[in-house]
Design a protein. Structure first.
Length: 280
């Protein structure tokens, strides 16, 4: 694959946001446009980026995300098809917080509508309270707990191995495991993830101790200094009363459709398979 042939100079590098919107409003393929985040708001800063959500009328292979530059600003263009928007409107209860559609509904709730031919964005704004775009479900909490505590259990094995190759691998693992603690912190407390800046604002206000520990962990130099801080970070990531991965336990990998009863049934099934023939 020749990557150089897959990228193109931005056609909107010198185009103002106002002119861009004017041009997009004339396109039959575009049903609606929303300015998300700080775009078009008083909170926009010289170092901000543009975020636009564009609702498309049907096409065979619609884009989902395009990155470009508008008037010198890095820009993220998110795309939602009209049929997907209609599906959200018809079944709002199926939209979960930490999903792409959940993020879209959150954008629409807080964003600025500048074009809405069919009225879909207005409808989506109205039905937002009926969705779970700000609610974390139990299976997402279980998945976050599984990820943080499983990785911690594996990392302990690497750290205590005394093997230089394992330690080099552990350095790689900690890059994403420490970051995972930050996102999991919110999921485990049933708070939606809405980006790093919002996470820092929330932690500064509500849990500065966790933020301090997170920053100390990422800044620590060398595995011997960093790993103990990471262990403390894992402990602070879990809410009070939530256990870490227990030693010598059987734990079922999370799947969205699994209920607590399903998980317990799978554990019992495994135990039936491996029990001694003489056991009751």
């Amino acid at each position: 694959m020749d990557i150089a042939k897959l990228i193109s100079p931005s056609a909107t590098e010198t185009l103002s946001l106002t002119e861009l919107i004017s041009r997009l409003q004339q396109q039959e393929a575009i049903d609606a446009i929303l300015l998300a985040g700080s775009t078009g708001q008083e909170t926009f800063k010289p170092y901000s980026d543009y975020d636009l959500l564009i609702v498309l009328n049907e096409m065979s292979k619609p884009p989902s995300l395009i990155i470009t530059t508008i008037n010198g600003y890095l820009t993220e263009l998110y795309f939602l098809t009209a049929s997907d928007a209609d599906q959200i409107i018809q079944n709002p209860q199926t939209i979960e917080a930490n999903t792409l559609h959940g993020a879209f509904v959150s954008m629409i709730t807080k964003g600025k509508i500048v074009h809405d031919v069919s009225g879909r964005l207005a409808k989506l704004h109205q039905i937002a309270p009926q969705t779970q775009c700000d609610s974390i479900l139990d299976h997402q909490v279980y998945a976050a707990w599984y990820s943080v505590t499983y990785n911690h259990a594996q990392n302990l094995r690497y750290f205590h191995s005394g093997d230089s190759l394992y330690w080099e691998a552990l350095q790689c693992r900690l890059l994403y495991c420490i970051s995972n603690c930050l996102t999991a912190y919110f999921t485990l407390r049933k708070m939606p993830w809405r980006g790093e800046k919002e996470a820092i604002r929330t932690l500064r206000k509500h849990d500065p101790d966790f933020l301090t520990q997170f920053q100390a962990t990422i800044m620590a130099g060398g595995i011997e200094q960093q790993f103990p801080k990471y262990e403390q970070l894992v402990a602070q990531t879990l809410p009070a009363g939530m256990p870490q991965w227990p030693a010598s336990y059987t734990v079922v990998q999370p799947q969205a459709e699994l209920t607590p009863e399903d998980i317990n049934q799978r554990v019992k099934l495994w135990e039936e398979w491996v029990k001694s023939p003489g056991d009751p």
